[in-house]
Design a protein around this ligand. Structure first.
Ligand SMILES: Cc1ncc(COP(=O)(O)O)c(C=O)c1O
Length: 413
């Protein structure tokens, strides 16, 4: 065989796309720069120092004092899976608050764990009322309640205030997937009384996917440590197994991962150094901006996108009262080829907007403005481009109104 021509595929030199969908979004340049920093050995004091800094940086991002605040190596789904496989024992009842694709993902993961799954659901485009969750807790007596915060599939944000107290009163643990809202909408793990919250970098935190922040309450950590079974080749006299059943995943075993992030530094996986640098910088960018200011920026971007879409004559999807601030669903108008509009947006304007999943596929687009992209000019550019593409595809719309409407909404939101 002839030797492979090293120039065959060329350098990685992607187009400068503006990612205005439900995530991933463009990463903050500071985050990309941090990822280019030199690598360290995993037990180098500089490296373990960075790990400790990450723990400190993510506590305010999650609104918590939890000691166990760290990273799972993998995309957001890795942290979801780690949480559920470590918290839930086969056969235990879990109540899933289900209002979209990612609620269904929780049921899918729980089914693989062998949990007894109950659901309390809302139609897509709505959220589940707290009293319906309270009733379901009372009738099913779950050991764990699991909910998504912002479900990007429907663009709805489930209110969580008060849910932790309900769970505690019923002796249940509460898990929340905040992948799509962490760093963009308030996450108050302690005030809401959530036992485990997980996130991802590629949405409001403005990083690449591949590292998932997690925070774990002391009582959840205690439950998980009761299932600790350290793998044979790394056993140590100072780390004692628990009496509970072994967690049926090695990679996602939160007991071993917590031991790795503790001062014991029990070796587990090799921490993904460049992703840790990225996660660290995402949190520094967010805290440097100030969380309140950051939430306000996302609110303004969401309000501007929504007002601009309406001014284009588009119908906005879902319940106005519970909309995520960072992603807006809009119906694809009758007679318009949704994929042709997306292609034209990409080819002429280098802008990506989102499609949809399941029952909403082909019915709505999802317009995101999150993290580094929740900026006034990026929202205005997206709306201006969308206006041109919609018109070119034959949609009859009032010209020149969307951008001023968005600008006005940005100012007042
Ligand atoms: C709410 C929510 N949860 C979980 C995920 C899964 O994240 P990942 O693709 O990073 O595993 C996503 C991704 O879009 C999401 O929006």
């Amino acid at each position: 065989m002839p030797p492979l021509d090293p120039t065959l595929f060329g350098d990685i030199d992607p187009p400068q796309r503006l990612l205005m969908g439900p995530g991933p979004v463009n990463a903050h340049p500071r985050v990309l720069r941090a990822m280019a920093a030199d690598l360290l050995g995993q037990f180098d004091p500089e490296m373990t120092g960075f790990m400790n800094q990450v723990m400190a940086l993510y506590r305010p991002v999650f609104g918590t004092q939890n000691q166990w605040t760290m990273l799972i190596d993998g995309t957001a789904r890795a942290a979801i899976e780690a949480s559920l496989v470590s918290l839930v024992e086969p056969g235990e009842t879990v109540l899933v608050v289900n209002f979209g694709r990612f609620g269904l993902l929780l049921t899918e993961i729980l089914a693989r764990i062998g949990a007894k799954i109950e659901t309390v659901s809302a139609p897509w485009g709505e959220v589940v009322p707290l009293d319906a969750i309270a009733e379901a807790i009372e009738s099913f007596g779950p050991k764990v309640v699991a909910s998504v915060h912002g479900d990007t599939s429907t663009t709805m944000a489930q209110p969580l205030e008060g849910l932790g107290a309900l769970c505690r009163a019923a002796g249940a643990y509460l898990y929340v997937d905040a992948c799509a809202t962490l760093g963009g909408m308030e996450i108050a793990a302690d005030r809401w009384g959530v036992d485990i919250v997980t996130g991802g970098l590629q949405k409001c935190l403005g990083g690449p996917s591949g590292s998932a922040p997690i925070t774990i309450s002391d009582r959840a950590a205690e439950r998980i440590f009761a299932r600790r079974h350290v793998e044979q080749g790394i056993r140590r006299a100072d780390i004692v197994d628990g009496a509970g059943p072994r967690i049926p995943s090695n990679y996602f075993d939160l007991a071993m991962i917590m031991d790795y992030w503790s001062e014991k530094r029990l070796n587990h996986h090799t921490e993904a150094t460049s992703m840790l640098y990225a996660a660290r910088e995402c949190a520094r960018v967010a805290l440097g901006e100030g969380l309140e200011a950051r939430f306000a920026r996302h609110r303004k971007a969401g309000a501007a996108m929504t007002a601009g879409a309406r001014a284009l004559g588009l119908v906005v999807y879902g319940d106005d009262a519970h909309r995520m601030t960072n992603v807006t669903g809009v119906y694809i108008p009758a007679g318009i080829d949704g994929e042709a509009v997306r292609t034209m947006m990409r080819e002429n304007f280098e802008i990506e907007i989102g499609t949809a999943f399941g029952a909403l596929q082909g019915k709505i687009w999802r317009l995101g403005a999150m993290g580094y992209n929740a900026m006034k000019h990026k929202v205005l550019l997206t709306l201006g481009a969308l206006e041109t593409c919609l018109k070119a595809q034959g949609f009859s719309l009032p010209l020149g109104e969307a951008v001023p409407a968005a600008l006005a909404a940005w100012e007042v939101a």
